[in-house]
Design a protein around this ligand. Structure first.
Ligand SMILES: NC(=O)c1ccc[n+]([C@@H]2O[C@H](COP(=O)([O-])OP(=O)(O)OC[C@H]3O[C@@H](n4cnc5c(N)ncnc54)[C@H](O)[C@@H]3O)[C@@H](O)[C@H]2O)c1
Length: 264
């Protein structure tokens, strides 16, 4: 029921972080994997990992926010594998937290561009292939920050351009589900809480945060999470397999939250 043999997965942002873990998880469960990332070296390293599990891999360099790159990603995947069974819209970025009036317009544009427009572009490009095959499965990686703000973690920390982009991803998921159910395409979302072992916010956090800010932030998350810890990346593997496999065959338009209870 949970096997992915015969399925072709396409994972965006598969060159590192959760995306690499997802590619490996899909391969372990029997899928062949195409992956796209801005980071060509990271993408190739993930492809090697997929091959080490005996599966076929295709690494593509590209930007989810560039329609030409996205079109090439879908063409190359379809040409190599003949179909796309599962699209994992995972590529995402975070921007430096600030109040609305202090947020640079470029930060807003970047968060919405990669996290929301990117999901739209990749889904838009894959859907014709899925419709042609009469089946498909879209898994969007949203965030609990798309569910609600978290002022209890710190006034600014639950960064709003990121949160708004992820709220859009949740809404877009429901739209895909409704519009394409009759074509055999399902769409669901994973909304992870704070997970360790990725570089999501490293870009701004390492330059603008001191050790006190890091500690305050980590302590706040632990304090307000009923399970009193952050998640391990590996704790998202089961959700991905569930959503990618026929185990969830009657499920569409849903948001699965994995957050140690922080949203409660
Ligand atoms: N880590 C967490 O705690 C957490 C929590 C909730 C949601 N998420 C979501 O999970 C997804 C993966 O995040 P992560 O934590 O692994 O981050 P990460 O920064 O470690 O990895 C992101 C990957 O996406 C790639 N990428 C970034 N922009 C891209 C673009 N425009 N086009 C193609 N590739 C691009 C990066 O090169 C990198 O390989 C994101 O959508 C993120 O919002 C993560």
């Amino acid at each position: 029921m949970f096997g992915l043999g015969g399925k072709i997965a396409l994972v965006t942002g598969g060159g590192g972080g959760l995306g690499r873990l997802f590619c490996e998880t899909l391969a372990e469960s029997g899928a062949d994997v195409a992956l796209m990332d801005l980071d060509a070296e990271g993408a190739e390293a993930t492809a090697e990992l997929v091959r080490s599990h005996g599966r076929t891999a295709l690494a593509i360099k590209g930007n989810v926010n560039d329609p030409a790159d996205v079109a090439r990603m879908v063409e190359e995947t379809d040409a190599r594998f003949g179909r796309i069974s599962v699209l994992v819209n995972n590529a995402g970025i975070n921007v430096k937290p600030a109040r609305i009036a202090d947020t640079p317009i470029e930060d807003w544009d970047e968060a919405i561009g990669v996290n929301l427009r990117g999901v739209f572009l990749c889904t838009r490009a894959c859907l014709p292939v899925m419709v042609r095959e009469g089946k498909g499965n879209v898994i969007n990686i949203a965030s609990i920050l798309g569910v609600r703000p978290f002022p209890e973690v710190g006034a600014l920390m639950p960064n709003f351009p990121y949160g708004v982009s992820k709220a859009g991803v949740i809404r877009l998921t429901k739209e895909i589900a409704v519009q394409y159910a009759a074509d055999g395409v399902r769409a669901n979302c994973v909304a992870p809480g704070w997970h360790m072992g990725t570089n999501l916010s490293a870009r701004w956090r390492e330059t603008s945060w001191g050790s006190d800010e890091h500690r305050t932030y980590e302590e706040a998350i632990t304090r307000v999470t009923p399970m009193a810890r952050r998640g391990e990346s590996s704790e998202l593997k089961g959700l991905l397999i569930y959503l990618a496999s026929d185990a969830s065959s009657f499920m569409t338009g849903q948001v699965l939250i994995s957050d140690g209870g922080i949203c409660l």
